[in-house]
Design a protein around this ligand. Structure first.
Ligand code: S3P
Length: 171
């Protein structure tokens, strides 16, 4: 197993950021989050980027962001936005960048965690539960294809998920 960066992928609300921060602490590897890097660089929130420039523009920023991650010599824990792996180019880049871990969660788990969230532009409007179900059906195979390791996270605490990743990676 590759022992470079650890990259967390998966649908919104699957726990990429919380698990990423935990792993970063435990492994003493700095943490990066593509959404946060994009927001810092654009000096603007993700939802504003979607509103003002549109999703396609945001997807280009994601590719730019992943490309910029190759400069680091030190190993990092990196969580990436839930839609970043939809682009084949991004999936290829991530595989070169490190070990990709897919945190797989059911629509019920996701819905429960994201209830009341207003920061995800793709879940605004009517019937977010249905949107989550539809998107997970559509994206599930892509997440799987992007990943070196798949972990089912339903019912697991942040610590348990982080522990399982450590075990899988023999860290
Ligand atoms: C998106 C996921 C979000 C963010 C944007 C689009 C997606 O990141 O990048 O709202 O397409 O799934 P999180 O997965 O961190 O919520």
């Amino acid at each position: 197993m590759k022992k470079e960066n650890i990259i967390l992928v998966g649908y919104m609300g699957c726990g990429k950021s919380t698990v990423g921060k935990k792993l970063s602490f435990v492994l003493k590897q700095p943490y990066l989050d593509t959404d946060k890097l994009i927001e810092q660089k654009q000096n603007c929130q993700i939802s504003e980027i979607f509103d003002i420039k549109g999703e396609a523009f945001f997807r280009d920023l994601e590719t730019e962001c992943v490309e910029s991650l190759f400069v680091y010599k030190q190993k990092h824990v990196i969580s990436v936005g839930g839609g970043l792996v939809l682009r084949e180019k991004n999936r290829e880049l991530l595989k070169q960048l490190g070990t990709v871990v897919y945190l797989r969660a059911t629509p019920d788990t996701i819905f429960d965690r994201l209830k009341g969230d207003t920061t995800r532009p793709l879940l605004r409007g009517e019937n977010p539960y249905q949107k989550i179900c539809d998107m997970i059906i559509q994206r599930g195979p892509v997440y799987q294809q992007s990943a070196d390791i798949i972990l089912d996270v339903d019912g697991l605490s942040v610590e348990e998920v982080a522990d399982q990743i450590e075990k899988e990676l023999n860290l």
